[in-house]
Write a protein that binds this ligand. Structure first.
Ligand code: COS
Length: 384
């Protein structure tokens, strides 16, 4: 995101842009085809501090601010949205709740190895029968004195099989609804944590996503995150934060698509002149550019709200809703500009089109964002 937040921000951007150009962009198409997980690149990114971007330095993190985090996700997504989501999930849905709800001991034990770039993180909320209606999850926990035992199935878990630490939601009793849910810190190496084979996805193919079975997983009492019964609130507060990262990813993909479209419109000639000299194409490019700027402005507004102590569900939902829908419109326009070539795997825009699709679906569908926004509006209406 372009914002005047100082010299450090600019230096970090230069470093990330250069890393993306040299290390990430060259293999993006090949990794998309082979669905190969980029362990080597991620290892280097961990060493650069990109797994703990806003974690304070005393906990091994890079100690940067939210604006810098969002700029980094945007720049990575511009060249490879798969790597962007792997990084975003590690920082946001895993790192953020550990930082905000974890005890110092939990942060030392679980957050430090992530923030210092040794391990990836993840988040286990969704289940086969609990997606948008997250409070209806069925993974159970029971208290056995010195530990909790977890049983259930989690679905669509990003970084499944590649991350070491997960924040995992389970319920004491599904009849208690949201208030029965607690958050646990789960070590992927624990006995009973079984990762299914990765999903064969339409896009984001070199990120790993999969089903996880929890079969009598014994979680120590010390791995309860927050209070018992606080888990759903932790999950929703986490999503308020993490949706900013997905909005930044969507802005990044859209910027990448605009660049591809511009390059093509410059080089391709029809009816005796370059495509961008045809008004229909020029106007389409102008709309794409304006839409991206609008999404960025909403994202910056939401990020400013997230830097205050008050709840920012409405702002995050607006940014995620608009940025993800915008991203899909922009990549579709970029395909249209490419004509038949946009339908070919030879051009990067084909991958971007597939990668963009999930942004209106994961970390809350567009419909869920509208629920969040309309509920906030209803509440505001009460005081009119
Ligand atoms: N931050 C902290 N706590 C919150 C919160 C937030 N943003 N929003 C709600 N809560 C608390 C509420 O205060 C409530 O507690 P009280 O009853 O004590 O007040 C509790 O959480 C339950 O809230 P609510 O009644 O709003 O829950 P719902 O089941 O109605 O939530 C939506 C509905 C759709 C908003 C929620 O299920 C949701 O966001 N679903 C999408 C999940 C998602 O994004 N999944 C993607 C998976 S992660 S890749």
């Amino acid at each position: 995101m372009e914002t005047s937040v100082g010299e450090q921000y600019e230096q970090v951007r230069d470093l990330v842009v250069s890393f993306c150009k040299k290390k990430i962009a060259p293999g993006a198409a090949k990794r998309d085809q082979s669905a190969e997980f980029p362990s080597g690149i991620l290892h280097e990114m961990g060493e650069l501090g990109l797994f703990g971007i806003f974690v304070p330095e005393e906990l091994g993190g890079a100690g940067m601010d939210l604006m810098t985090y969002l700029m980094i996700i945007e720049e990575i997504a511009k060249v490879d949205a798969s790597i962007a989501v792997t990084i975003s999930v590690t920082n946001s849905v895993c790192g953020w709740p550990l930082l905000h709800f974890g005890t110092r001991e939990q942060q030392e034990r679980y957050l430090r190895p992530i923030a210092s770039g040794e391990e990836l993180g993840g988040f286990m909320l969704t289940e086969p029968e609990a997606g948008s209606d997250a409070a209806s999850l069925k993974t159970r926990y029971r208290d056995v004195g010195d530990a909790f035992i977890l049983n259930g199935t989690k679905a669509w878990i990003t970084n499944a099989g590649v991350a070491k630490t997960f924040v995992c939601m389970a319920t004491k009793d599904p009849s208690l609804g949201a208030h029965g849910i607690s958050a646990f810190i789960l070590d992927a190496d624990q006995e009973g944590v079984i990762f299914d084979k990765p999903e064969e996805k339409m896009g984001l193919r070199s990120s790993k996503t999969g089903m996880v079975t929890l079969d009598n997983v014994r979680v120590p009492k010390s791995a309860l995150l927050g209070r018992e019964g606080q888990g759903f609130s932790i999950a929703l507060a986490t999503l308020d934060h993490s949706r900013l990262g997905i909005a930044a990813q969507a802005v990044g993909i859209a910027r990448g698509a605009l660049e591809e479209a511009l390059r093509y419109a410059r080089d391709r000639r029809q009816f005796g002149r370059p495509l961008y000299d045809h008004q229909a194409i020029g106007f389409r490019l102008a709309e794409m550019d304006t839409e991206i700027a609008a999404a960025r402005a909403l994202l910056q507004e939401a990020a400013r709200a997230a830097m205050t102590p008050r709840r920012h569900s409405r702002e995050s939902a607006r940014a995620k809703l608009f940025a993800s829908e915008m991203c899909n419109r922009v990549v579709a326009s970029a395909i249209q500009i490419h004509g038949g070539y946009g339908y070919s795997k030879e051009y990067a825009i084909e991958r971007m089109y597939r990668d963009a699709r999930v942004t209106t679906v994961y970390e809350g569908t567009s419909e869920v964002q509208k629920i969040v926004i309309s509920r906030a509006l209803k509440q505001a209406a009460e005081s009119l």
